[in-house]
Design a protein around this ligand. Structure first.
Ligand code: HEC
Ligand code: HEC
Ligand code: HEC
Ligand code: HEC
Ligand code: HEC
Length: 377
């Protein structure tokens, strides 16, 4: 009687050991997968972190600006400040603006700067650092009740303060930062449309964890942070594909772009003195006088956080400038900040930067474009 019993116990022990080992291997492999997926994502882009966030590098003291979202060390220094209600540039503990030695002390140097690493999002026990709601964001609003997506929105917002929808002269040519996803999801920060709280996307409020539901949990490879094209089916059924929303959205965005460009072309006689921006030098390199009649083509570009255009002149020469650096022959701005194309341009770049072509907030996307087209008429 006793022998078989002992044999059973042995089997149970072996089985349990095997289970524990297997589980251990599975956990290690899952972690390795996560590590490999993250390494493929742009969050692991150390080059951009170095470029924008090293105080002894290209940005110098402006690492206190860009380092908030482009480097682990900057983000972790900034987060408590943000949570206390100050979304501005990184400060020293006494509230004074951070200077270069202080930023280097944080680790924001070319040698040590880190991109968006595991500890940027995770605490020691892997819980996320921000959940439920956000503090006041650099984009001038709070996101309330957005689950774990709150973590993403701390960085993925337009970063340039709140927009007063009916302001006639914004007095700047600023473009929203390309990270405008939180603004679009929450339906915020556009001109011409009285957005208020009326345009929040169901994808922000009714799916639990907003960004995280689509980009992490429903993603085949969670830590690439890529939303799968097929994920719509999990909530909407197979027939609502991503393309059904994006196709028409792209058409509308192109129409907005073309309308802004047509307005600029119609007023091109005012473009006579152009400061020439060099993308390679990342600086103005020249000022030229041109004959407006030689402007063959206009394209919209974003230049160092400002709205800008590329001009193609007769003969094929192309020059670029920020919108605020174009003058007429009398030295007046070619386009005043009160010109509707400046506000329309902001709206265009907000939707363009979001980069989901309507998916994040289908109704807002359409309404902004229709209202902006009307304002340009
Ligand atoms: C509030 C957070 C935040 C701040 C502050 C910030 N960025 Fe970014 N930036 C982002 C995010 C998020 C992205 C990624 C957006 C995306 O992929 O849609 C990004 C993307 C970029 C890109 C890549 C754009 C592209 O199209 O590939 C550049 C370049 C950049 N930022 C430069 C800067 C510079 C320079 C500064 C400082 C003057 C700065 N950023 C400050 C959040 C921020
Ligand atoms: C941009 C933010 C971000 C970064 C960077 C990040 N994670 Fe995550 N991580 C998340 C989110 C969001 C979840 C999902 C939480 C949930 O669904 O409850 C998650 C979940 C996890 C989990 C739980 C298991 C799972 O798959 O749900 C582990 C473990 C984890 N991350 C490890 C890591 C490691 C290791 C790194 C670095 C290689 C990393 N994370 C980088 C945001 C991030
Ligand atoms: C600390 C700031 C920060 C946080 C937090 C953050 N991101 Fe990012 N994210 C960035 C920056 C910066 C980039 C752009 C890097 C580049 O262009 O090289 C980026 C890029 C991305 C991209 C483009 C990825 C690619 O590989 O093309 C996606 C998608 C994204 N983030 C989603 C998320 C999601 C989802 C979350 C929340 C789980 C999140 N991010 C949290 C800063 C952040
Ligand atoms: C309803 C699901 C859903 C939600 C919620 C969502 N996204 Fe997306 N997102 C997508 C899809 C789908 C795309 C388009 C991907 C494509 O075109 O391949 C996209 C595109 C993007 C892109 C540009 C494309 C890329 O992968 O580089 C970024 C960055 C991004 N989302 C970040 C976010 C952030 C940050 C949030 C929260 C503020 C968010 N998303 C919320 C589904 C979602
Ligand atoms: C996690 C669940 C979830 C995912 C994933 C999801 N949606 Fe939704 N979506 C919703 C909910 C909830 C609503 C609001 C209720 C409704 O209209 O059915 C909604 C509404 C919509 C609407 C109507 C918007 C409005 O303002 O009336 C469209 C269009 C839409 N989704 C498209 C998509 C597309 C395209 C994708 C994939 C890229 C997608 N959804 C992914 C949950 C989801």
């Amino acid at each position: 009687m006793r022998a078989p019993h002992r044999l059973t116990s042995l089997w149970i022990v072996l089985f349990t050991l095997g289970l524990v080992f297997g589980l251990g291997v599975a956990i290690v492999r899952a972690q390795a997968d996560i590590q490999a997926q993250w390494a493929r994502s742009k969050h692991a882009n150390r080059l951009l972190a170095t470029l924008e966030s090293s105080a002894d590098g290209f940005r110098g003291p402006a690492a206190a600006h860009c380092g908030r979202c482009h480097a682990q060390q900057g983000f972790l220094a900034w987060l408590p400040q943000l949570q206390r209600g100050n979304p501005g540039l990184i400060t020293k503990p006494d509230g004074a603006p951070a200077d270069v030695p202080f930023l280097l002390g944080l680790g924001l140097s070319r040698r040590t700067v880190q991109p968006i690493t595991c500890t940027t999002c995770h605490q020691d026990d892997f819980r996320l650092r921000q959940a439920g709601s956000t503090p006041l964001l650099p984009a001038g609003f709070r996101a309330i009740g957005v689950g774990l997506g709150a973590q993403c929105m701390l960085c993925h917002n337009s970063r340039n303060g709140a927009i007063v929808w009916n302001q006639e002269d914004p007095r700047r040519y600023t473009a929203p930062h390309t990270s405008s996803q939180a603004d679009v999801l929450l339906g915020k920060n556009v001109f011409f449309l009285d957005y208020g709280n009326n345009f929040i996307s169901p994808h922000a409020s009714f799916i639990g964890d907003s960004c995280v539901t689509c980009h992490v949990r429903f993603s085949q490879a969670s830590h690439t942070f890529k939303a799968d094209a097929t994920s719509c089916a999990r909530c909407h059924g197979r027939d609502l594909t991503m393309e059904r929303v994006q196709g028409p959205a792209r058409t509308m965005l192109r129409e907005l772009e073309a309308t802004i460009i047509a307005k600029i072309m119609a007023n091109r006689s005012r473009i006579q003195v152009v400061r020439v921006w060099s993308a390679r030098a990342y600086a103005y390199v020249d000022t030229v006088t041109i004959d407006p009649a030689t402007i063959q083509r206009v394209d919209l570009v974003e230049i160092a956080g400002q709205q800008g255009i590329t001009l193609t002149l007769t003969g094929g020469r192309r020059i670029q400038s920020q919108l605020g650096e174009l003058r007429d022959a009398q030295g007046r701005p070619s386009f005043a900040t009160s010109d509707p194309i400046v506000r329309a341009g902001w709206n265009y770049w907000l939707l363009r930067g979001d980069d989901s072509f309507g998916v994040h907030n289908p109704r807002f996307f359409r309404q902004v474009i229709l209202t902006t087209l009307e304002a340009l008429r």
